[in-house]
Design a protein around this ligand. Structure first.
Ligand code: G6P
Length: 369
């Protein structure tokens, strides 16, 4: 096992550090900025159908569901197709409205999640085109879908999903770009810029990982916390949910993710000097807004840990701790902003003496109801 962990103390840490490579593997043979092309072989036959579809429904569970929420923003922004993201377990027990020609994307690391499989069967029986975004090659979901794209992140052993999430977001982003291109609504220059930025993502993840020591120091200050709030807006809202999920899964600290603006409708009541609040506050269209949310938390003496874009001068004057990530295209930000949150939860869990790779009560793949 020590050999399998490649010198890391835990699989989770190894998998966090593998992300520059796993994202690169996911782009390999698919993205080529020099030649200006983007190919998703597994979707080729269905690209026209997706481009023509009136609606996309994403079904998934857990972390994969969070990747789906990121994809909702990206698809709607680039491909201008309405997207709904459903928990597979809820979708399957309703009488969901699915019309022939609707596209259903099932996201699953293991490809074996029972609820997601059942959601697929239901959508299929209603005439939907089913696409899979899976990591485990040859697993049940890719075998039952019409088409799809593998995430190629390699085996993920840690129960808390890390590299599978960034690979899912990567593939879904490629899908959205490919569909936007096919629809003829993504200008050549913008397309080229995306390809260029996508190719830079692995090295930028590498740069975020260089902050690991600093994140460990911050973790030490909060390892005794009993609650955490994670706030983000836009594309960083699902990242907030994912950060909170990572923390509760492995450290057993109660954590909630919220869209930052919703804070005033509830979570703000929880804020006092003992409440750590993690803001994902990168430079994007909601920057000014999230700055005022940080002020609202500071006014109530909350402890602010902020993930910011490098070079940010303002937030460091307000937050208690900042973690910088490199600048990228706004749509690609979640691929970078989630990394510090993975490390934060990892270090806090280790400091609390938790079994990070096999947290209590959780399974890597849930093949029962
Ligand atoms: C379990 C795992 C999670 C995972 C979820 C969905 O709860 O512990 O890490 O996100 O199942 O699994 P899937 O394999 O379908 O992505």
């Amino acid at each position: 096992e020590a050999i399998e962990k490649g010198g890391y103390e835990h699989f989770m840490l190894k998998e966090i550090f593998e992300q520059p490579r796993s994202v690169k593997d996911c782009f390999r043979g698919r993205v080529n900025a020099d030649e200006g092309h983007l190919v998703l072989g597994g979707l080729r036959e269905y690209l026209d159908d997706i481009a023509k579809s009136q609606r996309i429904v994403i079904v998934a569970c857990g972390t994969s569901w969070h990747a789906g929420l990121v994809a909702e923003y990206v698809f709607e922004e680039l491909a201008r197709i309405p997207v709904e993201v459903e928990y597979a377990s809820e979708f399957r027990y309703r009488n969901p409205i699915i019309k022939e020609g609707d596209v259903v994307i099932a996201i699953s690391q293991s490809g074996e999640t029972m609820d997601t499989l059942a959601a697929i069967e239901l959508a299929k029986s209603k005439g939907a085109i089913i696409l899979g975004v899976c990591n485990a090659v040859g697993s049940s979901i890719p075998r039952t879908t019409h088409a799809g794209a593998y995430t190629h992140a390699g085996p993920e052993i840690g129960v808390a999903s890390t590299k599978a999430f960034t690979a899912q977001v990567s593939v879904l982003t490629l899908m959205a770009i490919a569909v936007a291109r096919r629809k003829g609504i993504l200008h050549e220059d913008t397309f080229r810029r995306f390809l260029f930025e996508l190719e830079r993502i692995p090295e930028k993840i590498e740069k975020v990982l260089k902050n690991a020591e600093k994140i460990k120091e911050i973790s030490a200050l909060f390892s005794e916390a009993r609650n955490f709030i994670y706030l983000g807006r836009g594309l960083n809202f699902p990242v907030a949910l994912e950060g909170a999920l990572k923390l509760k899964e492995i450290s057993y600290i109660h954590a909630e993710g919220y869209p930052a603006a919703e804070m005033k409708h509830g979570p703000i009541a929880l804020i006092d000097e003992d409440m750590p609040v993690v803001f994902i506050a990168t430079r994007d269209q909601s920057y000014e807004k999230i700055v005022s949310n940080i002020q609202e938390v500071k006014a109530r003496k909350g402890k602010v840990i902020a993930v910011v874009t490098e070079g940010d001068k303002l937030i460091p004057t307000m937050a208690d701790h900042v973690i910088e990530i490199p600048i990228t295209h706004e749509v690609l930000t979640p691929l970078l902003s989630v990394i510090p949150l993975q490390l934060l939860s990892y270090h806090i869990a280790v400091m609390r003496g938790c079994n990070v790779d096999q947290p209590r009560n959780l399974a890597k793949s849930v093949t029962v109801e």
